[in-house]
Write a protein that binds this ligand. Structure first.
Ligand code: BV8
Length: 237
């Protein structure tokens, strides 16, 4: 099956599953009896900022103990070989493992739990964080409370223009490791298909969405190294 360039790769939690990061709708969906989805909201932060801070401290600890897996390394090699025009890596994940693998120019549409941002104004300088967040730390610009620099439910995803342009121009759009539940991310494959891209789903438990031309029912960590070899061979020839 040919995969015309440019390539756009949208990744979800399944890309990081082999690194030991629980997926959202798998066993990791609950924490201390709370529905993780309800904790990833401005309302939860307003109601109990300490609970939400501890939730992200726990997730950050899991991420800091994790290593990129062959799926992350394959995508890093792809972005290195094809460059920004030949390949756009869009991720819903907030774990930073693609960057750890050396991927350049990752479009992290749901932000990152490795930085904190001012809760009042996202344009105030963000703060790198490793380990638990200091509950006493405040925004250096306005003194407001700090929160993880992630996009919560009900908040607008980041980089909409860059994502829109990449999706419209895609020769091949690949969705890897995502259940296709969360919008607007879940609408990107359909938009790419409508714009004429060849669309591919990589997921051991395929979603069955009708807008995928090709389905590879395989884990990311085995499918991506094989596919990236083929995609970069094209570039080498
Ligand atoms: C917005 C950061 C508007 C935080 C995340 C009703 C219908 C439709 C939409 C909505 C609705 N009600 C509300 C909405 C909107 C809402 C939404 O989509 N809700 C869903 C739940 C219905 N969306 C939003 O709120 C978005 N914003 O709409 O704003 C707006 C308009 C005006 C003004 C203001 C706002 C914001 C969404 C962003 C939320 N933040 N993350 C954090 O992480 O704590 S989303 C979160 O879910 C993660 O980022 C995660 O990546 C993402 C999606 O999940 P997946 O990545 O797909 O992971 P999941 O566990 O679901 O699936 C894993 C898959 O991997 C599975 O399919 C599995 O089979 C597969 N897998 C497992 N192992 C492997 C594998 N695949 C490959 N290899 C393996 N080894």
């Amino acid at each position: 099956m040919s995969h015309p360039h440019p390539l756009v790769i949208l990744s979800g939690a399944g890309l990081s599953a082999a690194s030991g990061i629980p997926t959202f709708r798998g066993e990791g969906g609950l924490w201390e009896g709370h529905d993780a989805m309800r904790l990833a909201t401005p309302e939860a932060f307003a109601a109990d900022p300490d609970l939400v801070r501890r939730f992200y401290d726990m997730r950050r600890a899991v991420v800091e103990a994790a290593e990129p897996n062959p799926g992350h390394h394959a995508l890093a090699a792809l972005s290195g070989a094809l460059g920004g025009h030949g390949c756009t890596l869009i991720t819903q994940n907030v774990d930073g493992l693609l960057e750890d693998a050396g991927a350049q120019g990752v479009v992290a549409m749901h932000g990152t739990l490795r930085r904190l941002r001012c809760h009042h104004d996202a344009t105030h300088p963000h703060v790198e964080v490793t380990g638990p967040q200091d509950p006493a730390a405040v925004c250096t610009t306005c003194g407001g409370p700090l929160r993880p620099a992630v996009v919560w439910f009900g908040e607008l995803p980041l980089h909409p223009d860059r994502i829109g342009l990449a999706v419209q121009a895609a020769g091949t759009f690949v969705a890897v490791g995502t259940s296709g539940v969360v919008y607007p991310a879940a609408g990107l494959a359909r938009a790419a298909h409508a714009a004429g891209a060849h669309t591919v789903e990589i997921n051991p438990d395929p979603t069955g969405a009708p807008w995928f031309d090709e389905v590879i029912a395989e884990p990311a960590e085995t499918a991506l190294p094989r596919l990236v070899d083929a995609w970069t061979a094209d570039a080498r020839s």
